[in-house]
Design a protein around this ligand. Structure first.
Ligand code: FES
Length: 138
C-alpha cells in the first residue's frame, strides 16, 4: 500500500510539473495584457544585463489600488510568463501590497521552485512593477 501511494505521488508530481511547464509556455507565447494602454499612471522598465532581457510594466491606479496593468518586453519563458501572470494577479492590490512582493510570491505565481539565476528572471517584472509603484508614492 505504501509503495502504491509513493508511486501515485510520483506520478502526480510528474503530471503537475508537466502542466506547470505547459502553462508557462502558453503564457510566454500568448501573454496576457501585452502592449501599452493609453493614459498610464506609471510605467517602469527593468533590464537583466546578464542576458539582455527586459520588461516594462505600466499601470493605472484608482483609489490607491492597481486597476489595470500592461507590459512589453522580451525574454525567456520564465520572465515573460511571470510578467503575463503578474499583470493578471496584481490587479486589485494596493501600492503597499505591491511593495511586499518577493521571491516567495514569484514561486507561488509560477508554481515552481526557482534557483538563484532563474529567480532573477522571475523577479524582473516584479522589480519593474515595484519601481513604477514607488514613482507614484513620491
Ligand atoms: Fe534573461 Fe531569464 S534569461 S530574464
Amino acid at each position: 500500500m505504501a509503495l502504491q501511494k509513493q508511486y501515485f505521488i510520483k506520478v502526480m508530481n510528474k503530471n503537475s510539473q508537466y502542466f506547470i511547464q505547459q502553462d508557462l509556455q502558453f503564457h510566454a507565447k500568448n501573454p496576457s495584457n501585452f502592449g501599452l494602454l493609453p493614459n498610464l499612471d506609471f510605467a517602469s522598465a527593468q533590464h537583466n544585463p546578464s542576458c539582455g532581457d527586459s520588461v516594462m510594466i505600466g499601470g493605472k491606479v484608482e483609489n490607491g489600488k492597481i486597476s489595470h496593468l500592461c507590459f512589453q518586453g522580451s525574454g525567456c519563458v520564465i520572465s515573460m510568463a511571470m510578467a503575463s501572470k503578474l499583470t493578471q494577479a496584481a490587479v486589485g492590490m494596493s501600492l503597499q501590497e505591491i511593495e511586499q512582493l518577493d521571491e516567495s510570491y514569484v514561486e507561488q505565481i509560477l508554481g515552481l521552485s526557482l534557483g538563484l539565476n532563474r529567480m532573477k528572471c522571475g523577479l524582473l517584472s516584479i522589480m519593474a512593477l515595484q519601481s513604477g509603484a514607488k514613482i507614484l508614492k513620491i
